[in-house]
Design a protein around this ligand. Structure first.
Ligand SMILES: [Zn+2]
Length: 618
């Protein structure tokens, strides 16, 4: 991103465009004949303060410096970036290249370790591990191969020596998380020893880390490679590389806690599971999950640790964790409501069963548990309700207000909320109506505005892109609109274009040294955006497009008005108006006045058009 900004800082857009287009000053801006269509009246503007250009004539093209080069030289964004970087003398994202190269190196090391451990499992020393996987875990050879399971020999330098022998540096292997740094500057050694090794891939299938389970007794039972430049535990979901397609197809992902809880059910035919890396569900996870499915079922071991994790996970979506969030402003309430549209559910499993046991020994019970998963709020309410009916109404209200109200108030779906109130009324022995009154009274008391850090407000362009990225189904609908032209920013336009052509998964893969498009797409995808139904998403996209069009009209209007005002100062307003009137009648004012006359007419028409759009919008 820095290179793009730096290039724009160094190259003055009017100078650059001016080399191939004759520009004349018009107010604060420049105006000339559009290089992208044939015209006699200049309707091509360069806005120096914004660093953008636009043709208000028949081609309607516009953009920034980069889009100008793309259009002029007929190249894609990465090529325009290279051209302009050379021109501006900007070193092209050496950091990006370095980062990329580094990620490749570390990924290569993890892959080499995976190969090594797979070989070890197949070898003589792997007999006990093979036996464990087959007999204790009941995993077939196909499953073991599918998940590339391996065996780390119980030695201190086996992997170390292997990697050094293949030309890797020990310090890089430490950075990749497969070796541990020796204490007090001692020599690095194998992090995984005497363990079954489970390769951890990101959702694209790139190896980023390793998990290890000890064979016999010993602590810790499970060991993960540490957080590294490559392995972000707050984003990685184990198994998604294998289970993503099935999750997409079923619209549902079951989130479990351990890798073996993904692998076992996989073998039993349940292929839409993913596991967190021993952490609770984070926003990063949610951003990844949403790309695959909307119904998220947390299948948790019923032990207390698992349930605590589920509650923490829910804090993400319903924001029950922080006290400040409880009395949130109307705005964040809306966001919460929209966020709740992500169908987050909890399936508490029968006592003593983890997903692996249940899916394999009682597949019907597993299916049943997932199908009957409770909405998250209901799950919380059930947890918060006392086992026994309270002894007095006062006690019931205390429970309602201190424990249940904070959850209930966050439930935005009125039907779901009514159902919960009914449930609570029965359990507490209080009338539904009274619960409703208590909640409303509490809500008023909490409605006072709460000081809250506002996230940087997204521009309309960003919001539109985020909506598009989240709703690829809109593509068919929006194909007819000149969508990319709405984005003056070349990066944004490149994203819109690739979105239209369904090329985003390849975004930037071939960009070589840097991938600003891919980076921006990831940022946009990770934005917190309201989750919308297909209909609402379409509405939102069209509203934002309409808004951007109106903005452009206003921009055109004021750009033209500036030039016109200057002419009026020079020639006198009556002369300009007279010429406009002549032109409008179909007569020909003098050649020198013709352009001004058309500009004046255009201004009037634009003004009317903006006025109409504004009326329609309000
Ligand atoms: Zn044009």
């Amino acid at each position: 991103m820095d290179a793009v900004a730096e290039i724009k800082r160094r190259i003055e857009i009017a100078d650059y465009v001016g080399r191939s287009v004759t520009l004349r000053k018009s107010g604060r801006n420049f105006r000339g004949l559009c290089p992208f269509h044939t015209e006699k009246t200049p309707s091509f503007y360069v806005f120096t303060d914004r660093g953008t250009w636009r043709c208000f004539g028949s081609c309607g093209e516009g953009g920034d410096l980069f889009s100008f080069v793309q259009k002029r030289e007929n190249v894609e964004f990465p090529e325009a970036l290279r051209l302009l970087a050379r021109e501006a003398g900007v070193e092209l994202s050496a950091r990006g290249a370095e980062r990329r190269g580094r990620a490749e190196l570390l990924g290569g090391i993890v892959s080499a370790a995976v190969d090594f451990y797979q070989q070890a499992l197949a070898g003589e020393g792997g007999a006990a591990a093979r036996e464990y996987l087959a007999a204790t875990r009941g995993l077939s050879a196909e499953t073991v191969a599918q998940f590339r399971l391996g065996w780390a020999p119980d030695e201190w330098r086996a992997l170390h020596d292997h990697l050094i022998g293949r030309g890797y540096r020990a310090e890089d292997a430490v950075a990749a998380g497969v070796l541990a740094a020796g204490e007090g500057g001692g020599a690095p050694y194998d992090r995984f020893r005497g363990r079954v090794v489970i390769p951890i891939a990101d959702e694209r299938g790139r190896c980023v880390g390793l998990g290890g389970r000890i064979l016999g007794s010993g602590e810790p039972k499970y060991l993960n490679s540490p957080q590294t430049e490559l392995f972000d535990k707050g984003r990685t979901l184990y198994g998604l590389d294998a289970t993503g397609p099935a999750a997409r197809e079923s619209g549902e992902i079951v989130v479990v806690e351990g890798y073996l809880d993904v692998i076992g059910p996989w073998q039993a035919g349940f292929r839409n599971l993913a596991a967190t890396m021993g952490t609770s569900l984070t926003e990063g996870h949610a951003a990844v999950l949403r790309r695959f499915a909307r119904r998220i079922v947390l299948a948790m071991d019923p032990d207390s640790a698992g349930l605590a994790a589920a509650e923490r996970a829910g804090g993400l979506f319903l924001d029950l964790s922080s006290p400040g969030a409880m009395g949130a402003s109307q705005r964040s309430a809306e966001a919460v409501a929209a966020r709740a549209e992500l169908d987050l559910r909890v399936a508490p499993l029968p006592a003593g069963m983890d997903p692996d046991d249940l899916a394999r020994t009682a597949p019907d019970a597993w299916r049943e548990a997932i199908a009957r998963a409770a909405p998250f709020a209901q799950f919380l309410v059930d947890r918060l309700l006392p086992a026994e009916r309270p002894e007095s109404p006062a006690e019931a209200f205390r429970i309602l207000e201190r424990r249940l109200a904070p959850v209930l108030r966050e439930v935005r779906n009125p039907i779901e909320r009514a159902a919960l109130v009914q449930r609570i009324a029965r359990r507490l022995g209080v009338a539904e109506r009274v619960i409703g009154e208590r909640l409303r009274a509490g809500q008023r008391a909490m409605a006072r505005p709460v000081a809250k850090a506002e996230p940087a407000r997204a521009t309309a362009e960003e919001r539109l892109l985020a909506t598009l990225l989240r709703h690829p189904d809109l593509r068919a609908d929006l194909r007819a609109y000149p969508l990319p032209g709405l984005f003056p920013d070349a990066l944004q336009r490149a994203i819109a274009e690739r979105w239209l052509h369904d090329e985003l998964d390849a975004a930037g893969e071939d960009a070589g040294e840097s991938d600003p498009v891919g980076d921006r797409v990831r940022q946009l995808r990770d934005r917190r955006e309201p989750l919308l139904s297909a209909t609402d998403a379409r509405r939102r996209a069209l509203d934002l497009m309409e808004y951007l069009l109106r903005e452009r009209l206003i921009q055109h209007h004021s750009a033209g008005a500036e030039g016109l005002a200057e002419a009026e100062r020079e020639l006198g307003a009556p002369r300009v108006l007279e010429a406009a009137y002549q032109a409008w009648l179909g007569e020909s004012p003098s050649a020198e006045m013709l352009e001004l006359a058309h500009a004046a007419i255009e201004q009037l028409q634009l003004g009317l058009s903006i006025h109409r759009r504004e009326r329609a919008a309000s």
